[in-house]
Design a protein around this ligand. Structure first.
Ligand SMILES: Cc1cc2nc3c(=O)[nH]c(=O)nc-3n(C[C@H](O)[C@H](O)[C@H](O)COP(=O)(O)OP(=O)(O)OC[C@H]3O[C@@H](n4cnc5c(N)ncnc54)[C@H](O)[C@@H]3O)c2cc1C
Length: 234
């Protein structure tokens, strides 16, 4: 397994609780839109076994041509040891990345795509939307729906509705509005539904989509095959 040690080159305060850490891009490190990686802090591999409390799965919120690897995460006041250490890291300090996998690339099947996310889950979709703005071939339309009860919505300069770009962005701050909207979107019986959020959020969405006649093959999750099968086998 190759471990890439790299430096933080910028820290962006996206909202009061959400930061993006931009990391230098090691020369042979590549990824596609929708990739996630293992993001690790100094000391994680000092012992015989990796110290899991110093490692988290994180989506890469940038595209390669942005020349930095973006990691976007929420750090609440009450947080894990991992986030407490991360909060205190500064530009120039090192972090590690390993095992980068892409499960949620854009599917170019001449269909409408619905990106359904909770909170910072929107970070997974940022590179998909940027990729779509550059090449929209074989995609009819993209609609993003994000729920964040904090109302401090993320990436609103990118997630902005635009008829010319065939793109709709919606932000809601409560579950009722969110699920009403999902029901409406699910009337598109041929759409592709991407889901990013906690497992509980994903299961609730799958249940509702199934009730509305959406099939498992129309649902895309950032999970490896076995987990995907288990979640979709409701
Ligand atoms: C494929 C994949 C991609 C992912 N991508 C991302 C991503 O891009 N960005 C991202 O942020 N996460 C992402 N995650 C989730 C990520 O891996 C972490 O699980 C998540 O960020 C929570 O981090 P944490 O465990 O350090 O807990 P925290 O975020 O610190 O805490 C989780 C919750 O527990 C509460 N809590 C924690 N510690 C305490 C305490 N001591 N006392 C009271 N309450 C406490 C917090 O307030 C919070 O509500 C991804 C996961 C997967 C599987």
């Amino acid at each position: 397994m190759q471990i890439y040690w790299t430096k933080i080159n910028q820290i962006i305060e996206e909202t009061p609780e959400i930061r993006t850490y931009l990391l230098d891009c090691p020369e042979d490190f590549t990824w596609e839109e929708g990739a996630h990686t293992h993001f690790a802090l100094k000391g994680f591999n000092d012992g015989d076994k990796p110290n899991r409390s110093l490692v988290r799965h994180m989506s890469i919120s940038t595209l390669p041509h942005e020349n930095s690897i973006g990691i976007t995460t929420r750090i609440r006041e009450q947080c894990s040891e991992f986030k407490a250490i991360l909060r205190n890291l500064e530009v120039g300090q090192e972090v590690a990345l390993f095992k980068t996998i892409s499960n949620v690339q854009l599917k170019r099947e001449n269909k409408n795509i619905y990106l359904l996310s909770a909170g910072v889950g929107l970070a997974t979709f940022r590179p998909l939307v940027l990729e779509y703005f550059e090449h929209d071939d074989r995609i009819n339309h993209i609609h993003s729906l994000n729920i964040d009860s904090s109302k401090a919505f993320l990436f609103t300069h990118i997630f902005k509705s635009s008829p010319e770009k065939k793109f709709t962005a919606q932000f809601v701050d409560n579950r009722q509005d969110y699920y009403n909207e999902v029901e409406r979107l699910a009337t598109d019986q041929d759409g592709l539904f991407y889901l990013v959020g906690s497992d509980e959020f994903i299961l609730e969405n799958i249940e509702l989509l199934y009730e509305r006649g959406i099939k498992p093959e129309q649902i895309i999750l950032d999970k490896h095959e076995q987990q995907r099968i288990e979640l979709l086998a409701l």
